[in-house]
Structure formats: C-alpha cells, structure tokens
Design a protein around this ligand. Structure first.
Ligand SMILES: NC(=O)C1=CN([C@@H]2O[C@H](COP(=O)(O)OP(=O)(O)OC[C@H]3O[C@@H](n4cnc5c(N)ncnc54)[C@H](O)[C@@H]3O)[C@@H](O)[C@H]2O)[C@H](O)CC1
Ligand SMILES: [K+]
Length: 245
C-alpha cells in the first residue's frame, strides 16, 4: 500500500491558509495599494485578470471557511470590486454553493476585467441578476443567508451615490451574514470615515494588506473580523512594507 510521505512543512513560519509563509505587511493607503496593483500589472506583467482571479478565488475560500452553508448573494457594483464578485460566484458555484450575483448597474456598463468576468459568469449560466432599483434589489435578497459586498472597493470616492446607498441600506436590514470584499462599501480606505449607510460586515476580506483606514476604533464595528488574502503580487514588490516576522 502506498503511504504518502509526510511532507515536513516549514514550522518556523506561521502559515496562512494558502500555505504561504504569512508575511506580515503594514497597513497600506489607498494610493499605495492601487500602485501595488498597477506595478504588478505594468512592471511585472501580471495581468489584472490573474490578480482578480487570485483575489476572487482566495475570497471564495475564506467565505467557504467562515460561512459554509446557505445561499450566498453577491452585490456587485461597476468596478473591479464588482469584478471580484463574479469570480467569487464562479468559485463558490464550483464548491456547489447556491450563489446569486445581483448587479446594481447594467452589465453593459462594466469594462475591463470586471466586464470579462461578468461575461464568463453569464456564459457559465450562473444566476446573475440586474437590479437597478431598491425594490428589485430587495426582491433578490429575501432568501440570502450570506450577503457579500462587492459594490465598491478602493475606487470609491465621496459619499455613497444613488443605488449604492440603497443596496447597502437593504443589506444592513437583513438577518444574513454580511461579508465585505476589500473594504466595506461606504468606508473611506484612508481616513476610516464611514458614510451613514456603510455596509456593516461581520467579516472583511481584504487584498494584499490591511488598509490604514482599518486602524481606527470607530471602524472596528463595521469591519468585523479581517482576513488578508494574498493575490500573487511578488514579495519583491511588497518588500518596502514587510514587517519583521
Ligand atoms: N491589488 C488589489 O488590491 C486588487 C484589487 N482588486 C479589486 O479592485 C477594486 C478596485 O477597483 P476599481 O474599479 O478601481 O474601483 P471600485 O470597484 O471601487 O469602483 C469604482 C467605481 O464605482 C464608482 N464610484 C466611486 N465612488 C462611488 C460612490 N461614492 N458612489 C457610487 N459609485 C461610486 C466609480 O465611478 C467607479 O465606476 C479593489 O477594491 C479590489 O476589490 C482587483 O480585483 C485585484 C487586485
Ligand atoms: K466592498
């Protein structure tokens, strides 16, 4: 009988769930994390689609670990935070979870990597709904056990506008478990300032590193637990911010 060799995993590094030594990285500003994203793409040649796939796959794994049962409804906005949501949906579907994507904008208004992943989700015949009114959003959240906030991420500027405020208000009224992707919609990544209708998360899954806005006492109740998901950005690029382990 074949007995698999016990792989002697390095024990001197705490390992995160991906098996990587969990590098400790200091909290980054909006500008820093967006420039890391840009450098990974422009200087290292990692495509944005690969970063988004790593982000969405990693987030889906953390969601599965923390909210392992029930219907997941993913609220998606117009940008790449929304794009993450389509990747998360595909990977949760692969885990045989009941998943619904609710886009608060017309799919045709998406561009770039977000549009690419929305198209993949639709071709894969995932349950993708467009809801551009509060009533329509409400109708798609009634049976949600878990709500994932992929409305706005680091591209958010200023107070929540229009349907985004409606979507967050409706989500906050439900009894579902709420999980924010990258940053709770309505929270300023740098100042931690929270719009009156900020998504109230039990768990925030954030990419690359925590954000400096997460350091404030007032933001803890909106963030819930925080999980940092690596998205494949080379260690060399992160070196300026790695903390001694
Ligand atoms: N390295 C990384 O961290 C990666 C992050 N990813 C994800 O991408 C988002 C950032 O995406 P971006 O398209 O730049 O911005 P948003 O998705 O946040 O959306 C911007 C979008 O929303 C509109 N908007 C801005 N402010 C408001 C507002 N107050 N009210 C309403 N609408 C607003 C704006 O017009 C834009 O259209 C990041 O957070 C991650 O989730 C990548 O997936 C992988 C790498
Ligand atoms: K978000």
């Amino acid at each position: 009988m074949f007995v698999a060799p016990i792989i002697d995993k390095p024990t001197h590094f705490p390992q995160n769930m991906f098996g990587h030594p969990a590098m400790k990285i200091k909290s980054l500003s909006r500008e820093q994390v967006r420039s890391v994203d840009q450098q990974a793409i422009e200087d290292y040649g990692i495509s944005g689609l690969v970063l988004m796939e790593n982000a969405g796959r990693g987030a889906a794994d953390v969601i599965q670990q923390n909210a392992a049962t029930g219907r997941v409804v993913i609220l998606c906005g117009k940008g790449n935070n929304g794009g993450d949501g389509y990747v998360i949906a595909r990977h949760l579907d692969l885990m045989e979870r009941q998943v619904r994507v609710v886009s608060v904008v017309e799919i045709e208004s998406l561009s770039g990597d977000a549009a690419a992943n929305a198209a993949i989700a639709q071709k894969a015949e995932l349950d993708v709904q467009v809801a551009t009114s509060a009533e329509a959003i409400e109708s798609h959240l009634h049976d949600a056990d878990v709500i994932v906030d992929c409305l706005l991420g680091t591209g958010a500027t200023g107070p929540l506008r229009g349907i985004y405020a409606d979507a967050v208000k409706i989500a906050n009224r439900t009894k579902a478990t709420r999980i924010a992707i990258d940053v709770p919609t309505g929270m300023d990544v740098d100042s931690g300032e929270a719009d009156p209708h900020t998504f109230q998360a039990e768990l925030t899954i954030t990419f690359v590193a925590k954000k400096i806005g997460f350091e404030f006492d007032e933001t803890q109740s909106l963030l819930g637990d925080i999980e940092v998901v690596p998205i494949g950005v080379p260690r060399k690029l992160l070196r300026p911010w790695v903390l001694p382990s």
